[in-house]
Design a binder for this molecule. Structure first.
Ligand code: NAD
Length: 249
């Protein structure tokens, strides 16, 4: 039997990269999936690719009213939610003392605030026994040049997950962090690294990964499936790194 038969799942930032691959994986395991994203054209294309009656909702996770809208849509269309993956995220790499207020606020607004209020607003529609997955980042545990603001905003995932795992225990809702190391998605092109320095940057990152390469979105989707499904039914409050061993060096 498929691992998510009869389950419903919502993935924020699900129109590309890790989120889209996870949405496809969940759908292949029998889940009814909804994704959110900022661009209507990309959400529509991704929803068609996922198939299986997938639903797309357009909006910005840094806008709390968007989360109210998503919760209403989910309750009306799915009747309730079993799996919430707070995955939308942005990054700007910049030496700390060159970071401006706009870059700082944007990363915290999407990565931390977007996750916090997304989960808060969805909780009434979540079914007891559900699974919440927060996409963190290995960057929050490593000393990486120019990553201070991003790392700070992603460190919130660990704090949220630990507190929520306890606050939601009476509803048997499990809350875990999925922390990717460098993974081959479009976000790598949005890092703010000049195009002519990107190859060098990527080679430097790969050299710092014991398994010698970037992760693939499929590998993150597999780990998300583990956290979403009953395969991890006794696991809550953890940080699951999928990083090729990068945390060790
Ligand atoms: P991606 O750029 O393909 O995915 C990020 C998604 O978030 C996109 O679909 C984007 O449209 C969406 N998004 C961004 N801002 C949004 C907003 N304000 N409202 C709604 N949606 C928004 O890259 P990805 O690598 O698949 O990233 C997925 C998650 O993984 C992110 O949280 C990212 O920080 C995290 N992560 C990625 C890596 C990596 O190397 N790729 C490493 C560690 C953590």
């Amino acid at each position: 039997m498929a691992l998510l038969t009869g389950k419903t799942a919502l993935i924020t930032g699900g129109s590309s990269g890790i989120g889209l691959m996870t949405a496809k994986r969940f759908a292949a395991e029998g889940a009814r999936v909804a994704i959110t994203g900022r661009r209507g054209d990309l959400v529509k294309k991704a929803t068609a690719e996922i198939g299986q009656g997938a639903m797309g909702i357009v909006g910005d996770v840094s806008d709390t009213a968007h989360h109210d809208h998503v919760a209403t849509q989910i309750a009306a269309t799915f009747g309730g939610l079993d799996i919430y993956m707070a995955n939308a995220g942005i990054i700007t790499i910049r030496p700390s003392f060159d970071v401006n207020e706009e870059e700082y606020d944007a990363q915290f607004a999407v990565n931390a605030r977007g996750t916090f209020f997304g989960v808060q607003k969805m909780l009434p529609a979540m079914r007891d026994g559900g699974s919440i997955i927060l996409t963190g980042s290995l960057a929050s545990e490593k000393v990486l040049d120019g990553h201070a603001v991003y790392a700070g905003s992603k460190a919130a995932m660990g704090a949220f997950a630990r507190v929520w795992a306890i606050e939601l225990k009476s509803r048997r809702i499990r809350v875990n962090v999925l922390s990717p190391g460098p993974t081959d998605t479009d976000i790598v092109n949005k890092l703010g690294v000049p195009a002519d320095k990107l190859e060098e940057f990527e080679a430097g990152m790969a050299a710092a990964i014991p398994l010698g390469r970037f992760g693939r979105p499929e590998e993150l989707a597999e780990a998300a499936l583990f956290l979403a499904s009953d395969a991890s039914s006794f696991i809550t409050g953890i940080n699951l790194r999928v990083d090729g061993g990068m945390a060790l060096l």
